[in-house]
Ligand binder design. Structure first.
Ligand code: FES
Ligand code: FES
Length: 184
């Protein structure tokens, strides 16, 4: 896929090993696990997550901060990881889609997407779910359709027409009960 080549061209290495010339050290917590690496300063957070941490649930759809496929939680708030330099996340807490389920049980928002079939190809889904949890964390569990559609402005789905996604988020929000249930 074209963006994979572009990613590789833009920042070809996430260099292992401390003290490598031209790299910077970074440490952060990813899904509750402390991680550190010496990285090319140009490394994007999404590259660090996917290529260094091998957490490939976070997707790249546009690379230009438009589609939302790359949304993760950065210190408890939704962030488009394609537009964040990993080096600026030193000391941060990152939660990816892989960090939402607990003890083998899906997060209520994941369960709602499954129940309401809020996806087709699934490419946008990790970003949608991470954005949805953030919406509920900020707006509470009793959010109406208009609010959800407005808040999803930064997340693009090419398949579903959004109807089931909105229904899933309403159900997920109710299930979350307005409580912060993200993993951070
Ligand atoms: S890949 Fe980050 S917004 Fe599209
Ligand atoms: S389900 Fe295919 S892009 Fe959203």
């Amino acid at each position: 896929m074209f963006f994979r080549k572009k990613e590789a061209d833009a920042a070809p290495s996430v260099a292992p090993g401390a003290g490598t010339a031209g790299t910077v050290p970074v440490s952060m917590t990813v899904n509750g696990r402390a991680v550190s690496a010496d990285i090319d300063p140009r490394t994007l957070l999404v590259q660090f997550i996917r290529e260094n941490q091998r957490l490939t649930g976070t997707h790249v759809g546009c690379d230009t901060s438009q589609c939302g496929a790359c949304v993760v939680h950065l210190d408890g708030r939704a962030a488009k990881s394609c537009t964040v330099l990993a080096a600026t996340c030193d000391g941060a807490k990152i939660t990816t889609i892989e960090g939402l389920a607990k003890d083998g049980k899906l997060h209520p928002m994941q369960e709602a997407f499954r129940e309401h079939h809020g996806l087709q190809c699934g490419y946008c889904t990790p970003g949608m779910i991470m954005a949805a949890v953030d919406i509920v964390n900020r707006k509470g569990g009793n959010i109406d359709e208009a609010t959800i559609r407005h808040e999803l402005e930064g997340n693009i789905c090419r398949c579903t027409g959004y109807h089931n996604i909105v229904a899933a988020i309403r159900a997920g929000a109710a299930a979350m009960g307005g409580m912060r249930q993200a993993a951070e």
